[in-house]
Design a protein around this ligand. Structure first.
Ligand SMILES: [Ca+2]
Length: 334
């Protein structure tokens, strides 16, 4: 595997530079090659989602469905399999019946249900063998596989606890962690919903990309009730998938909040190597409440830094508009 300074956890580039300096001093002619990480843009992508609560997951899935690399969708914080049925229906309507959906961890929570009665009864419950589904994706390539965690980390923690060696194959982008959470007494939603899983993730994943809560806790990434984007999705003359998502958003607006912030599509965009969120290397600790802090000898991670919300939202809007123009979604054009 090649390395850049960005990936230089073990100081390899530093060593090369020191060797080059000594070589130059003693005229030994050592010429190091440059080290850069390979692009992951064409590698398979797995999405692990708690879709059906906050609609930002469903919005992210609209954009993800246009990606030929989308290989698998897992659900977490399940509602007895209803999140998986909802995702199955959404991907089918978006023209991606080829993408398997697997029912993942069920923590017994029922509060975040904004899909009540939406998925038709004929959509079957989805299989629940995560290990087999992930193995199939890993077996399809010898290179890395992208893992986009946009819910609690239960599935990934269970997988890597059993098979820690798989961490070498996964490039993990996880929405989770916070350095300045709005309530100092608790952690962000995804990490506090499954604290042991968040702790295991940090212990087992090699250099995860953590999208901190404060990165997207801003009105700049909101889709509000009756905003142009909400109205576009709810248009009665639009495609069925769009009205399906709009009905889901309506339950969120009625039960929780007048707007939804687009946390999850930003993590997707980072996995797609789009330049909206910048990451920097840091060392963090996680406490018994899953709150994260920067500490000198902590776990090596990447954290979101400067983020360009306005172009991100323009990109996301364009993804949705393109999908609507295509009817069943951009994938139908292929
Ligand atoms: Ca989510």
């Amino acid at each position: 595997m090649k390395h850049s300074d960005y990936d230089d956890e073990f100081g390899i580039n530093e060593t090369i530079r020191a060797t080059k300096d000594r070589s130059d001093r003693f005229n030994l002619g050592y010429e190091p090659k440059a080290y850069f990480p390979p692009s992951r843009r064409d590698t398979p992508m797995i999405i692990d989602t708690d879709a059906g609560g906050d609609p930002d997951d469903a919005i992210a899935l609209i954009a993800a469905a246009a990606e030929p690399t989308l290989a698998l969708v897992l659900t977490c914080d399940e509602l007895g399999g209803e999140r998986a049925r909802f995702v199955r229906r959404l991907l089918d309507l978006l023209g991606r019946p080829d993408v398997p959906v697997v029912t993942g961890s069920d923590l017994g929570n029922t509060r975040l249900n904004c899909i009540d009665g939406l998925t038709p009864p004929h959509v079957p419950h989805q299989p629940d063998d995560i290990r087999a589904a992930v193995a199939k994706v890993l077996d399809s390539t010898t290179g890395p596989v992208r893992w986009v965690g946009i819910g609690p980390a239960s599935n990934l923690a269970a997988l890597l606890t059993e098979r820690p060696d798989l961490a070498e194959r996964l490039a993990v982008f996880q929405v989770g962690g916070a350095l300045r959470y709005r309530d100092p007494e608790r952690a962000d939603h995804n990490f506090r919903t499954d604290i042991p899983a968040a702790t295991a993730l940090l212990g087992l994943v090699r250099l995860p990309y953590l999208q901190l809560s404060e990165t997207t806790f801003t009105p700049e990434v909101e889709i509000a009730k009756d905003s142009p984007l909400h109205r576009l999705l709810a248009d009665p003359t639009g495609p069925e998938w769009a009205r399906f998502v709009a009905a889901h958003m309506d339950q969120w607006y009625a039960k929780f909040h007048h707007a939804t912030m687009q946390h999850d599509a930003l993590a997707l965009s980072s996995a797609m190597e789009l330049p909206f969120a910048g990451y920097y290397r840091a060392q963090i600790a996680i406490d018994e409440r899953a709150r994260t802090t920067v500490v000198p000898d902590g776990i090596h991670v990447r954290l979101t830094g400067v983020t360009h919300h306005e172009p991100f939202m323009r990109w996301l809007t364009e993804q949705i508009e393109t999908a609507i123009a295509a009817g069943t979604g951009p994938a139908a054009q292929a």
